[in-house]
Write a protein that binds this ligand. Structure first.
Ligand code: ADP
Ligand code: MG
Length: 693
């Protein structure tokens, strides 16, 4: 025990409860009001034991005729109950508990009458319920007259306790359910009052019709609509607050001279596409402003984001500022480093490299040059925003594949004085419209909607594993004619080690298959950075014909001559991943092919994903369908500011509400900012980190 522990005041009895509530995001009594049910259970009537069927969720009552602990196949408490029919005609039900306490055993003693609730299934000894809710009753214990709410909860916090504290929080202070937005804002839009909606959801009135119950479950009931609207309104208001706060911050004005960027444009072997010109001018304009840019550059794989980022970097450097360019993986960061080094060679702009795996001495040198301001351009992984790295003259931070950075990394970034720097984020994952209106609404977005010329669309083939040999032969043939191929190993999420073994085995298999004719290389996440770099170099120079890779090559890697991509066990990959992998090829002028090898049996989702990738080449369309298959959660990994997640509203289904909330937020801020503030306080007041951002 630490010496200070004794000095602490004794815990108050409420503290344990308060700690559990905090785990649910409930910091204040007011937050209890907004802790809404997940769903409802109907405890209003009893089913006769003889009527219950497997698959029913039923409530029934009976006398306990036997309770014992059984040990096979594992320790469990088994309890048999029986109805009141005449002897010989009685129906029975087994209750089974795999985890239980002595208190269970005591309550479930023979001769007690219990009321149980749960899903009935067919057991070895007739009908049973596993882990039913139960309570000991007498023959005339009344049934509830209304639906029973079921709340999100946490370990050690019972539904009964939650119901009690919520009911009390509502009853104690009418201000907690009062309308904070007065006037006719809500009425004009025909929403329920907040008080009515909250009461209805926590304690639905007795005797609800079937349709009303269904609407409650589906969250389409007007009571839900009001709460969802309020939630979306709070989100819109907080986004607008972010924007305003950002507008009040000062950032260095990066006017540039056009010298370095002009030279870069003159030396790259291509002309910017119209789309690149457009986004570059948007960024150029932002950088000249005294408020920090927060712009997302969105463009499909291969659309040419890097050159735009490089131009932005040079404008900052021309203005005497430092630039940090970060990528989420070492291999991708290194590719940027090398490409930028080539592009900028001889322009007098030093680039320093920083990654976690750098030897201490070299690292120290790099960080010293950054700290002294001597190095204007730092490229690397998230090592760039770790402890001990300082960029005192930082003017611009560029974050590639920003959605792949974790929350903690993004928070670290915020602390790095980045709040005062301009930020350019890049992503190949397009944001679906509803997310653009909500979680991303505080960012400015530039879209590269045009591919550089000379690309040929990638042909996608879906091939059964059974025909693998044909693929091996075909690749052998075309690579002997000078083409190059990636062969991506299956994703094994549970085990990096297994993934590695698979890669090694595949490498051995292909080496044997192409013995004497082709060189097969191997690249994986466990390799040292310089080994990886050497392998990538050899592939780039054409010394390796077929490159076996784990998913390390997923993002951004660019080898123009590689025109074949084989994805093994494609059924294990997500849509966006497959699309990104496919985007590694099709960068040169030869017709490229992406082979999706799959193994049966396929789940419905896997089938659907393969079909979507097969039918679409457009990243935006794929992202849209991805959202439909998976829901928006994954895209949100992306958010770099502390915008609150939605608990009640659904981004796919509540589009109309999102639009209304957006309009109302504008109206409210213009006409009644006090009410806007009170509304934010109600919804987010307890969650400071959300508002601060
Ligand atoms: P991504 O948007 O996926 O990051 P990159 O920036 O890696 O794409 O660009 C893909 C390839 O296209 C690179 O080899 C890049 O040099 C090249 N490229 C970029 N812009 C053009 C252009 N306007 N014309 C021709 N090639 C271009
Ligand atoms: Mg890229």
């Amino acid at each position: 025990m630490s010496p200070t522990a004794a000095a602490k005041p004794r815990a108050k009895p409420g503290d344990a409860l308060a700690a559990k509530l905090v785990r649910l995001g409930i910091f204040r009594d007011e937050d209890l009001v907004l802790h809404l049910p997940l769903r409802y259970e109907d405890h209003t009537h009893l089913a006769a034991l003889r009527d219950v069927r497997p698959g029913d969720t039923a409530q029934a009552e009976g006398m306990i005729v036997r309770t014992d602990i059984q040990y096979r196949p594992r320790r469990q408490l088994v309890c048999l109950i029986e109805d009141d029919a005449p002897r010989g005609a009685r129906s029975q039900l087994v209750l089974r508990f795999f985890s239980f306490y002595p208190s269970h055993q005591k309550a479930l003693a023979q001769g007690n009458r219990v009321r149980v609730f749960g899903e009935v299934r067919d057991g070895h000894f007739g009908l049973e319920i596993v882990h039913p809710q139960f309570k000991v009753v007498t023959g005339d214990t009344p049934l509830p007259d209304r639906l029973t709410p079921v709340y999100p909860t946490t370990a050690g916090l019972s539904q009964d306790t939650l119901r009690r504290v919520i009911a009390r929080a509502i009853a104690v202070d009418p201000a907690r359910t009062a309308e904070v937005i007065t006037g006719d804002f809500m009425r004009r839009r025909h929403y329920w009052t907040f008080a009515d909606a909250v009461r209805f959801l926590h304690t639905p009135p007795p005797g609800l019709s079937r349709p009303a119950q269904n609407a409650l479950d589906a969250r389409t009931h007007p009571a839900w609509t009001r709460l969802k609207f309020d939630e979306l309104l709070a989100q819109q208001l907080s986004l607008k607050a972010h924007r305003k706060a950002r507008a009040a911050r000062r950032a260095p004005v990066l006017t540039g001279t056009g010298k370095l960027s002009g030279e870069l444009l003159a030396r790259v072997p291509f002309k910017l596409t119209a789309a690149q010109e457009r986004v570059w001018s948007e960024i150029r304009r932002d950088l000249k402003r005294a408020t920090p840019m927060q712009r997302l550059l969105q463009g499909d794989v291969g659309s040419g984001k890097t050159i735009v980022a490089a131009l932005a970097a040079l404008q900052a450097i021309e203005s005497g500022r430092q630039v940090a360019f970060m990528a989420p993986t070492e291999i991708l960061a290194e590719q940027h480093f090398r490409k930028l080094s080539i592009w900028l060679a001889g322009l007098g702009t030093d680039i320093v490299w920083l990654s976690g795996s750098l030897p201490a001495k070299i690292r120290r040198k790099a960080t010293e040059r950054m700290a002294s301001g001597e190095a204007p351009f730092a490229v690397g992984t998230h090592a760039l925003f770790q402890e001990g790295v300082e960029l005192p003259r930082l003017g611009l931070a560029i974050i590639d594949e920003q959605h792949r950075f974790g929350v903690a990394q993004r928070l670290a970034l915020r602390g790095k004085g980045m709040a005062e720097a301009h930020q350019l984020m890049m992503s190949a994952t397009p944001i679906p419209r509803t997310l653009a209106m909500t979680f991303y609404a505080d960012l400015d977005v530039s879209v590269l909607d045009e591919m550089p010329p000379g690309r040929t669309p990638v042909q996608t083939r879906i091939v059964n594993q059974k025909r693998r040999r044909e693929i091996v032969q075909w690749i052998g043939k075309v690579c002997a004619q000078g083409r190059q191929a990636y062969w991506v190993c299956p994703l094994i999420e549970e085990s990096e080690k297994l993934e590695l073994q698979t890669a090694v085995a595949l490498h051995a298999e292909l080496t044997a298959a192409y013995a004497g004719s082709l060189k097969v290389g191997l690249i994986h996440g466990r390799m040292k950075p310089d080994e990886k770099a050497q392998t990538m170099d050899a592939f780039l120079r054409g010394e390796i014909n077929v490159l076996v890779a784990t998913t390390v090559i997923e993002v951004g890697v660019d080898v123009a001559n590689a025109s074949i991509m084989v994805i093994e066990h494609a059924e294990r990959f997500g849509l966006a991943q497959m699309h990104q992998l496919r985007g590694r090829v099709g960068r040169g002028s030869v017709e490229s092919v992406c082979v999706l090898l799959f193994e049966e049996p396929l789940t419905d989702t896997a089938k659907q994903r393969l079909k979507v990738v097969y039918e679409n080449n457009d990243g935006f369309e794929i992202a849209r369908q991805d959202l439909q298959i998976r829901g928006p959660g994954e895209f949100l990994g992306a958010r770099q500011s502390g915008v609150p997640l939605l608990r009640f509203a659904d981004l796919e289904r509540d589009v109309a509400l999102i639009e209304q909330a957006r309009d109302m937020a504008d109206e409210l801020l213009a006409k009644d900012p006090g009410a806007a503030h009170a509304h934010l306080e109600r919804w987010l007041g307890g969650r400071e980190e959300y508002i601060k951002a």
